[in-house]
Design a protein around this ligand. Structure first.
Ligand code: FEO
Ligand code: CA
Ligand code: CA
Ligand code: CA
Length: 658
């Protein structure tokens, strides 16, 4: 069976210019280690200053509803949607510019090969180059220099375009081993050093000892309640402590101690369990949608890589790889300032198809991390570490993420809500119900949440926290196949929800550790009431939203800047006739107080907009163009398209959005 070969790519430009912009001196490992020690000592703590855009000291005191910040000013003129089927650029508001900054295949690690336009780079070459499908990302300033930083960027999955002839299967229905290796190498995370040049423009630094690729082939440490547990043991890792690689790193989070948190979203698409009886008996497989049919296994890795075949094999210790899927779906903590550090899978966060892990930090050091489980009818979660963040002794924070309480959200129709603790022994989370210990609660967090009566949501994707009042915003991207399993409710009000909504959660007393909250719908996305379709008919009522400003569908990426502007990024199929008025995917800017929304950027046809981060002065913003459909960033109608991080600046050098 041969899958699409992307033969629609005509001649490829061998001469495509893929020069790395900037070269700078190698730093000695000694100097690097010194910077790292400075971070750990907290002597020069840019990581804290940059957290949520404010220093700890400048945060509003939380006197509840009284602490209302001034409405953030949105200074740009909104742009029109782009409905041209051949639109193949990034357009931004007047007075701004956008340029391609970091594309799939760009060299990352020292000694990397240049990207080849015919996609003939080998898997060994791919291991040192930028991965595919850029998604969540975060900028970390160096402790002593805001003009120098490390960008950490997720590579969620792969497109057939990473191979010259797409995803090939041989005559026996097997993938080609080197192709699978290349796909595994193209997943994961890039760490790239960046700095402002003498003209004040952000450039990559290459080579740099910080530049690093983490992939599905990188060894990682298991940590927290599942480390060493039987549910983590496999034939290759009988101790259950070392996991090879990370998968489907969608959105992200970060910590005030300067580490990056990569999330593992649709990891189930890589696994198969052929044994129907075993599959049905195993909640950790069927509740998460692992394939039970080899022909339905999206990537086909299991056809040649035993690790992805989770069918139990009684002849092997730990039944082979039946537990391998248990080792994905977590939060991966990465220390970008220590290139030798081993990524750590933090299992106290619970396991699901985790889109994001948005941090919240109160003045008293109380942390919470908010997550969506992006599948129809799944839940919104938060993890509250037991310990508070210690800003005076940074090394005290090293293992904060291993202990805490995982909660799942219940959104009552009256606008109140509860965080339900997923704690063994509570509310039926007992052995009789399949939860003999906290390990099962965490591995099967979805099933535990079912039991507690969490509210099924319309595909929860990103969350973000307003740095001025700690309100939490969660995108519920869409849901047009609600099915019988769950009915509409106040938080998910449309039966055929093509366009999605953003929900706002206000924790009791703005306390990240609160167990009750109020919620409201910040915006229901969709058409204007007077909109017409391609035939000139008024659009159906359920397609109409309540946007004050520019229309969009399917909110996905979210982020707050330091002034309190809410940035919204979209992910819909721009070929879908329901999206005819929406045009290509977009970035919008919202005022959280007035609810005014303005379109700031439109991306090339076929792409989704995702990932957002800023320089410490908020005068540079980066967003990701994921899976562009035509030939972006070459935009020549010939070159294969490449997922790309785009740098946005204001022509007058001002703050983005101002
Ligand atoms: Fe990776 Fe739900 O987006
Ligand atoms: Ca997403
Ligand atoms: Ca999405
Ligand atoms: Ca995507």
């Amino acid at each position: 069976m041969t899958q699409p070969t992307h033969s629609d790519f005509h001649q490829r430009l061998a001469s495509y210019d893929d020069e790395i912009i900037n070269s700078t001196e190698q730093k000695s490992l000694d100097k690097m280690a010194l910077s790292r020690r400075d971070v750990l000592k907290g002597s020069l703590n840019a990581a804290v200053i940059g957290f949520l855009g404010l220093s700890m000291g400048s945060r509003f005191a939380f006197a509840g509803e009284n602490a209302i910040p001034p409405a953030p000013y949105i200074g740009f003129q909104p742009i029109q949607p782009r409905t041209d089927p051949l639109f193949d650029e990034v357009v931004v508001a007047d007075g701004y510019q956008a340029k391609a900054f970091f594309s799939w295949g760009d060299p990352v690690e020292t000694g990397a090969t240049k990207w080849k336009a015919d996609a003939s780079n080998t898997w060994q070459e791919q291991l040192k180059q930028a991965g595919d499908n850029h998604d969540g990302m975060h900028f970390f300033a160096f402790p002593d220099n805001n003009n120098r930083g490390l960008m950490v960027i997720n590579h969620e999955y792969i497109n057939p375009t990473i191979h010259t002839d797409g995803l090939i299967y041989d005559g026996n229905g097997k993938r080609l081993p080197d192709d699978v290796k290349k796909e595994q190498a193209a997943h994961g995370v890039s760490v790239i050093e960046v700095k402002k040049d003498s003209h004040g423009e952000w450039q990559r630094v290459y080579p740099s000892l910080y530049n690093r690729r983490i992939s599905t082939l990188t060894p990682m440490q298991a940590s927290g309640p599942l480390a060493g547990h039987d549910l983590f043991k496999t034939v290759a890792d009988p101790d259950g402590n070392e996991i090879i690689g990370t998968l489907n790193n969608c959105s992200n989070g970060f910590t005030p101690w300067g580490t990056y948190l990569a999330c593992e979203e649709n990891w189930h698409n890589y696994f198969v369990n052929h044994d129907k009886t075993d599959y049905q008996s195993r909640v950790s497989h069927h509740r998460y949608g692992i394939s039970n049919d080899k022909n339905d296994n999206y990537y086909g890795w299991s056809t040649i890589d035993a690790r992805f075949d989770a069918t139990p094999d009684a002849s092997l210790p730990h039944q082979g790889y039946v537990n391998e899927p248990n080792r994905f779906g977590w939060v991966v903590e990465i220390d970008p300032f220590d290139p030798q550090s081993k990524p750590i899978k933090r299992t106290a966060f619970g396991r699901f198809c985790r889109e994001c892990v948005a941090p919240s930090l109160a003045d008293n050091g109380q942390l919470a991390f908010y997550s969506g489980d992006d599948t129809r009818g799944e839940y919104v979660y938060k993890f509250v570490p037991s310990q508070r963040f210690d800003k005076t002794q940074m090394h005290n924070n090293k293992d904060i993420l291993d202990e805490g309480t995982l909660y799942v959200g219940r959104f009552n129709d009256d606008g109140t809500g509860r965080w339900l603790p997923l704690v063994h022994g509570n509310e039926g989370l007992t052995a009789e119900n399949g939860f003999p210990s906290q390990a099962e609660v965490l591995v099967n967090a979805r099933a535990a949440a079912d039991l507690l009566g969490a509210t099924p949501m319309d595909r929860p994707e990103w969350a973000t926290v307003n740095p001025h009042n700690l309100d939490v915003y969660v995108s519920l991207t869409n849901n047009n196949k609600r099915g019988k399993e769950f009915a509409v409710n106040a938080a998910n009000p449309r039966p055929d929800n093509r366009h999605g909504q953003i929900i706002k959660i206000m924790e009791e007393q703005a306390n990240p550790a609160a167990t009750s909250f109020n919620w409201s719908l910040f915006v229901i996305a969709g058409e204007k009431p007077d909109a017409t379709d391609a035939e000139g008919h008024k659009v159906a009522d359920h397609l109409v939203g309540n946007i004050q400003g520019d229309i969009f569908s399917s909110p996905d990426g979210l982020g707050f800047d330091q002034d309190g502007r809410l940035w919204i990024m979209t992910d819909y199929d721009d070929d879908d006739p329901f999206m005819a008025n929406m045009g290509c995917n977009q970035v919008l800017c919202a005022n959280p107080q007035t609810q005014e929304i303005k379109r700031f950027l439109v991306g090339p046809r076929g792409c989704e907009l995702t990932g957002i981060t800023w320089s410490p002065d908020y005068k540079a913003m980066w967003v990701n163009i994921q899976h562009p459909g035509l030939s972006y960033p070459a935009s020549d109608g010939k070159t294969r398209p490449r997922s790309t991080t785009v740098l946005i600046t204001k022509n007058d050098g001002g703050v983005i959005g101002s």
